[in-house]
Design a protein around this ligand. Structure first.
Ligand code: AMP
Ligand code: MG
Length: 490
């Protein structure tokens, strides 16, 4: 037995999904198996020969115990409600309880058409599969909740986008695939029985304590608010821009999901947008907390009848949670920023200090990731700040801020080594820089060379390790290397 499946979602009523197998592909070839993750899931990677692994990862071999289903969901896309989206190119094989006792979904993405495919082909191109692999594994290494990549395989079949591209399938692992849009799907049909079943299901998986609460659905909503507040604060602190924060791409579990046009910011600018389809900057870097709150309000609406039978009472209770998201988010953001700045205790003016550094980065056109990393050096003393100072086109903005920062540090004395080590443990040196991701994809797509992908993956798996100043995965793009546009590739 390969996986020890226990498929709780497939035991929900039939209208939650469509049952179907993945569509077999012409020539499955394994790009990569994530051996550590496989082991975590109870698989012995040694016992798996390459041909079997490729057949599994491409969807040609359905493992025993799997009950393949495509999940139904709806969602607001760029603010517009679409009552039926669903897994149009993904199939949930089933769930396993991992070695740590956590229930995890095993899903194939790019595995062929489903009843939810609408006009799509149900397939994924190689580029987006590699992007999701690298970026989701980078997020994990950064300690940020995320879906994971278990395997990637090419299909030996072309997919037709603007160009003809090699096809690929990603095996994704998630705490669950229930989204805000899953609740919206049933709310749009006023299927209260289904919403009640879904509430029970996600409480069992993600908020077991809520089952004992006076109002389980309200406690669940508060749980989602808390997880998303933490998650988006973490994104902001590494310069991550999701790119498509539609309600169908926001999980109940609090994991980052759907790495379509996502990218990490290089030069700090809160207005940064990468996604080629985000014409109005709805999902710009600085908008992400507000969008998460907006999405939470859509979840609250879908849950109202489960919160209280008296409509006004339900609205009041849900509104408190949605409004309270802001302060939860602000608290997590400030906590994280203190750590990034090398502060161990809280003081009232810390928010101002944190914002002051960001303003200086913005005014000075500095690289977000590298500036925080070099701040760790600067924490050793003014003699160690030349590399940081050199990042600002107008060093004056940095210098006046640094005076306030040094005064603040002096109020909580620590050894320079202790402080720098703490900062280097939260300020990464390596992120999956967009130009590096694009280079890795280009080599794979145009020359079938997966070497750059493998090397990039190795680098992003150790984001906090020290590296030489000119390391190719640590340094920001040169002006001619910059990649400012990303595409979903759907
Ligand atoms: P996404 O932008 O990846 O979050 O997808 C939004 C919706 O479009 C989901 O319902 C997907 O299943 C569907 N979709 C995206 N790409 C395809 C495709 N190539 N074939 C079928 N459905 C797709
Ligand atoms: Mg999606």
């Amino acid at each position: 037995m390969l996986f020890d499946f226990d498929n709780s979602y497939a035991r929900l009523p039939a209208r939650f999904y469509a049952r179907l197998d993945p569509t077999a592909v012409a020539r499955p070839s394994l790009i990569r198996l994530n051996r550590d993750l496989a082991t975590e899931l109870g698989i012995d990677p040694q016992a798996l020969d390459t041909a079997t692994a490729a057949a599994l990862a491409a969807g040609n071999l359905v493992p025993p115990g799997a009950e393949p289903i495509a999940l139904a969901y709806a969602g607001h896309q760029f603010g517009h409600f679409v009552p039926q989206l669903g897994d149009g190119r993904a199939i949930l094989l089933g769930e396993v309880v991992d070695r740590a006792g956590r229930r995890r979904d095993i899903q194939l993405k790019g595995s062929g058409r489903t009843p939810f495919s609408r006009r799509g082909d149900g397939r994924a191109a190689l580029g987006p599969v590699l992007r999701e692999y690298v970026v989701s594994e980078a997020m994990h290494a950064l300690g940020i909740p995320t879906t994971r990549a278990l395997a990637a395989a090419t299909t030996g079949e072309p997919v037709y986008r603007e160009d003809v591209l090699p096809g690929a399938v990603l095996t994704r692992v998630a705490a669950s695939h229930v989204r805000v849009g899953t609740f919206q799907y049933f709310a749009a049909r006023d299927d209260q029985d289904a919403i009640a079943r879904l509430v029970d299901h996600v409480i069992a998986r993600h908020d077991p304590a809520a089952a004992q609460a006076e109002r389980p659905a309200l406690t669940l909503l508060a749980g989602v608010a808390e997880r998303q507040a933490q998650l988006v604060a973490r994104w902001m602190q590494v310069g991550f821009i999701h790119g498509v924060m539609n309600t169908d791409n926001m999980t109940i579990s609090g994991e980052t999901i759907d790495f379509g046009p996502c990218a990490f910011m290089d030069t700090y600018d809160p207005k940064t947008v990468f996604s080629a389809i985000d014409d109005f900057g709805r999902y710009a870097y600085a908008n992400q907390p507000g969008i998460a709150q907006w999405n939470l309000a859509r979840l609250a609406e879908a849950l109202l009848a489960r919160i209280d039978p008296e409509p006004q009472r339900a609205i009041d209770l849900a509104t408190d949670v949605v409004v309270g998201f802001r302060s939860r988010y602000e608290a997590h953001w400030l906590d994280g920023m203190r750590r990034k700045l090398g502060l161990f205790h809280a003081e009232d003016d810390d928010r101002q200090l944190a914002e002051g550094f960001l303003d200086a980065l913005h005014a000075g056109g500095a690289d977000f990731t590298l500036a925080f990393r070099r701040l760790g050096e600067a924490a050793r003393g003014a003699a160690h700040e030349s590399a940081l100072r050199a990042m600002f086109t107008r060093p004056g903005a940095y210098e006046s801020w640094a005076t306030a920062w040094r005064a603040r540090l002096a109020r909580e004395p620590r050894s320079p080594d202790e402080r720098a080590a703490a900062m280097n443990g939260v300020n990464p040196l390596v992120i999956p820089r967009n130009h590096r991701v694009e280079q890795a994809i280009a080599a794979a797509v145009t020359q079938a060379d997966f070497g750059p992908f493998e090397r990039l993956l190795q680098a992003v798996e150790r984001p906090f390790d020290e590296r030489p100043a000119d390391d190719v995965d640590a340094r920001p793009p040169a002006p001619e290397e910059r990649v400012c546009r990303t595409f979903c590739g759907t």
